[in-house]
Design a protein around this ligand. Structure first.
Ligand SMILES: Nc1nc2c(ncn2[C@@H]2O[C@H](COP(=O)(O)OP(=O)(O)OP(=O)(O)O)[C@@H](O)[C@H]2O)c(=O)[nH]1
Length: 650
């Protein structure tokens, strides 16, 4: 049972700390996780902003250059049929040199072209003819950029979708998608003279976006057109492998559904947090000098997005070892404390149980001790009492608190009790031999030993042990009586006569009263023994004593002083009165018949006795002289025929 309880406590000691620590740490870790997620969101927002700015910056610069070139007088002059260097004439070296430098210095451009109103190429920088047959033609009349830009007003711009409609070029030995930016050229009279076309190296542009995103190595970038066509040229390691032109919408159908409905937003894609926003260059306001910007409407707006790993509990623990150690430390400390609590409380419980057992044992000992225990307050009221003493006094526990102990002390013991109680109240030990009287009147001789408990010299209560000495007292009295009594006849013996004689003599002396003594001896007692046996003799002695006792007063002392010799001490009795007593005894004995069994035959014995009578003189301190006188009288009675009384005076 104890082991099972310990096991339960140990189980609780493990579970409760785990639950408590978890309940305590959960909000903290949750906040920590939320903070991490918030930080991730902020980081994504920042990367997205930088990526967007990078993209816009390059595109805007391109727009600016295109517009600036279209505004250049030499360009206008070159494009104007009526100018000095009209169409069909080669471009001045100075102009081609300037434009070549521009294209070389900005690797984001693959080429610059001037196209006349018929779609015929007027100037191409760089000037070498591409070997790719797709790009070899000089007639641009059927291209989307030509068709679109031919209808634009001054300072309007057309931007082709990246890589759309075969807009690829071979650049540095590889085929790359391009974005064509076209703006019309008008002469000073407002006549449309053709257009300027700048081809943007889309790979270069998106690389810049990538680099911006690489501020955070785990960041991933998405860039698609409005249809979900993948516009990035570089592989993005954080996403499923996508190549330029792949259908992102189809690959991530669910996410794309989410994206298509919103201008911007945040969504969770697998374990990554993706923030996206729309980019519509038609609504670009950067170009304060630009007119309208046109493009293929079905491809815009683009979707630019940045993703980062979304912090989770798992990533939190994996990325931050200190959190794991911290949790391990907290949990192990809590469990260790719990186990310590389980063992210590188990130990305390055992100790408490043992203490309770001891208390019960002590209480049992107290309650059922063979002696009484009680405590009294200063007024003598019982404030505590064990069951033994309650039983002695015939009380129930209800008596505690209001009954006075003194009420149960016999009147002849009150003085001793009061004296002892005063001692106790004074802080000393008190002892009294008293007689307790129970509610039913039963008396009990006891010895009360008590000590007082004092505080600052003020008595508070007493603690008393009460020993029942009734049996001892009875035994003492019995022994005392036996010591003073003749066992055969039950009358006093010689020792008692001598002891009591001095008491009676001094009393007689005090009260000036006479005191007399009778010596008695059975006549021919030896003959009775001889005739009937010793037992018969004993029976005669008992009967003889009984006969005499019946003739004496309470205060007279009948004593057996020898084998068949008796003495009677008669306080307050004159010699004459003593003689009368002796005569009464003699006459009674003479008439007495003692019935015995002798040899299985009933027999009757008659006896006589001789007497010596004297009185104790007032100057005699002991009985010695009086006994001698009485014996002398007795001897004379024997000598003169027995069955008679002889008085001996002083
Ligand atoms: N049965 C019995 N006999 C006792 C007891 N004490 C003494 N005796 C006997 O009492 C007798 C006393 O005898 P004696 O002293 O010769 O006296 P007696 O026979 O009475 O003769 P007188 O005194 O001269 O009349 C002795 O035989 C004792 O043995 C006793 O306690 N019981």
């Amino acid at each position: 049972m104890t082991q099972q309880r310990l096991f339960t406590r140990l189980l609780l000691a493990v579970i409760v700390p785990l639950v408590l620590v978890t309940a305590t740490l959960w909000p903290v870790l949750h906040v920590h996780l939320e903070t991490q997620q918030q930080n991730t969101r902020s980081e994504i927002r920042a990367i997205l902003k930088v990526s967007e700015n990078t993209l816009w910056r390059d595109i805007n610069e391109t727009l600016s250059y295109a517009l600036a070139i279209a505004e250049m007088p030499t360009i206008k002059a070159l494009m104007t049929k009526d100018g000095k260097a009209g169409l069909g004439s080669p471009a001045p070296e100075q102009l081609t040199g300037f434009l070549s430098t521009l294209i070389k210095h900005y690797p984001r451009y693959t080429k610059l072209m001037l196209i006349d109103n018929q779609g015929v190429e007027v100037l191409r920088i760089p000037g070498d003819t591409p070997s790719d047959p797709r790009l070899a033609r000089r007639d641009h009349a059927n291209t989307d950029y030509f068709k679109s830009a031919s209808e634009l007003f001054a300072r309007d711009l057309y931007i082709s979708p990246p890589g759309r409609n075969l807009q690829y070029e071979i650049f540095s030995g590889e085929v790359i998608p391009v974005v064509n930016v076209a703006t019309p050229v008008f002469d000073d009279q407002g006549e449309r003279q053709g257009m300027v076309l700048l081809s943007l190296n889309w790979q270069h542009l998106t690389e810049a976006v990538h680099q911006a995103a690489q501020m955070e190595p785990t960041a991933g970038v998405i860039l698609t057109d409005a249809q979900g066509r993948w516009l990035l040229t570089e592989r993005n390691q954080q996403l499923p492998p996508m190549s330029f032109g792949d259908d992102y919408a189809q690959l991530t159908d669910e996410s794309w559904q989410h994206i298509t409905g919103l201008d911007k937003g945040v969504l969770t894609q697998e374990n990554r947090l993706l923030r996206f926003q729309r980019m519509d260059m038609r609504r670009q306001t950067h170009q304060g000098l630009a007119g309208h910007i046109f493009s293929q409407d079905d491809t815009l707006p683009w979707v630019l997005g940045v993703s980062l790993p979304n912090p989770t509990w798992k990533s939190l623990l994996q990325d931050d070892a200190s959190v794991v150690w911290f949790l391990l430390l907290i949990y192990s400390t809590a469990v260790a404390l719990g186990i310590y609590w389980a063992f210590s409380s188990h130990q305390q419980r055992l100790l408490r149980h043992q203490a309770q057992q001891r208390a019960i044992e002590v209480s049992n000992l107290y309650e059922s001790a063979p002696c009484g225990y009680h405590s009294l307050n200063a007024d003598g009221v019982i404030i505590k009492m064990n069951q033994t003493e309650l039983d002695w006094l015939g009380l129930t526990r209800d008596a505690v608190g209001y009954r006075c102990y003194r009420d149960f002390i016999s009147s002849d013991s009150l003085l001793d009790f009061d004296q002892a109680f005063q001692e106790v109240k004074a802080g000393r030990q008190g002892e009294a031999e008293c007689k307790l009287v129970a509610t039913d009147g039963e008396q009990r001789q006891v010895v009360i030993q008590s000590v007082g408990y004092l505080e600052q010299d003020r008595f508070i209560y007493s603690n008393a042990s009460v020993f029942d000495i009734t049996d001892r007292k009875h035994l003492e009295e019995k022994l005392r009586a036996q010591a003073m009594t003749d066992p055969l006849t039950g009358v006093f013996n010689r020792r008692y006569l001598q002891a009591q004689a001095s008491v009676e003599i001094s009393r007689a002396s005090r009260h000036q009263t006479p005191i007399s003594l009778i010596a008695i001896d059975i006549d021919h007692f030896k003959q009775i023994n001889d005739d009937y046996g010793h037992d018969a003799g004993d029976e005669v002695l008992k009967r003889f004593a009984d006969e005499i006792k019946g003739l004496l007063r309470q205060e007279d002392l009948l004593c057996r002083v020898g084998g068949e010799e008796f003495a009677v001490l008669l306080p307050n009795t004159t010699l004459e009165e003593a003689w009368q007593v002796a005569e009464r005894i003699r006459a009674t004995v003479e008439k007495a018949h003692v019935s015995i069994e002798h040899d299985d035959t009933p027999a009757t014995i008659t006896i006589t006795a001789s007497f010596g009578v004297t009185h104790v003189a007032s100057n005699e301190k002991t009985l010695k002289a009086a006994i001698k006188r009485a014996d002398n009288g007795l001897y004379e009675a024997k000598d003169t025929g027995r069955n008679r009384i002889v008085i001996r005076k002083l």
